[in-house]
Design a protein around this ligand. Structure first.
Ligand SMILES: [Zn+2]
Ligand SMILES: [Zn+2]
Length: 209
């Protein structure tokens, strides 16, 4: 599986275009906005998008979802249902983050810990990692040792926990029980900033000791 990062929105959120090299099918994770930019990447790679996956309900990660789903005629999977309140509050989030207003929506499928998501010939495991938001999930592709982690973990930092229903201790538990147990060489793709590996963060991230 190839991961192509497309920074979107004024928050430089890392939308990911996941590509199955065998079938040229694709999936898009966290299309926060800049739908035209995402579509031009899809065209450039000559792939057919099958699904949209969401890690959590924050505007910078989901703002372009419905518009993109309508154009591509694909279904939306994720996040965990505990983030429903964030999706319900999208108009308010638009004001809070200074984004264009987006109506509330629901995915076709809420995800749970232990679920599998698929596109092309690729399978990713869903891990529930609450703390930044209660319904945050990450997507692990064990075969190529790549994991899409949204706003749980960053290179040298961790997700904010000062939002409604955020919790620092819960986030720490999620990082240690779900991410630190992955192979050290696993490359993670955070919602913002550069990629890193699980092993490097385990040794050097000052926020998780
Ligand atoms: Zn977030
Ligand atoms: Zn974010």
């Amino acid at each position: 599986m190839q991961v192509n990062v497309i920074p979107v929105t004024p928050f430089e959120q890392n939308c990911s275009l996941l590509i199955c090299p065998e079938t040229k099918k694709a999936a898009i994770v966290d299309p926060g906005g800049d739908v035209d930019k995402i579509l031009s990447q899809v065209k450039q790679h000559g792939v057919e998008v099958e699904k949209i996956f969401l890690t959590h309900g924050h505007m910078d990660h989901v703002g372009g979802t419905e518009a993109l789903a309508a154009v591509l005629k694909v279904s939306i999977e994720g996040p965990h249902i505990a983030d429903k309140f964030w999706l319900d509050q999208l108009p308010m989030q638009g004001q809070m983050f200074g984004f264009p207003e987006v109506p509330p929506f629901e995915p076709q499928r809420w995800l749970e810990h232990g679920d599998t998501i698929t596109f092309g010939n690729q399978e990713l495991a869903v891990l529930h990692t609450p703390g930044h938001t209660p319904g945050h999930v990450v997507f692990n592709h064990a075969e190529t040792k790549q994991v899409i982690v949204g706003d749980v973990l960053f290179s040298g930092s961790i997700g904010r926990t000062d939002f409604p229903q955020g919790c620092f201790n819960t986030l720490m538990t999620a990082i240690k029980s779900q991410l630190w147990t992955l192979p050290e060489e696993t490359v993670f793709f955070p919602g913002h900033g550069p990629t890193s590996t699980i092993g490097h963060e385990k040794r050097t991230n000052p926020h998780v000791r």
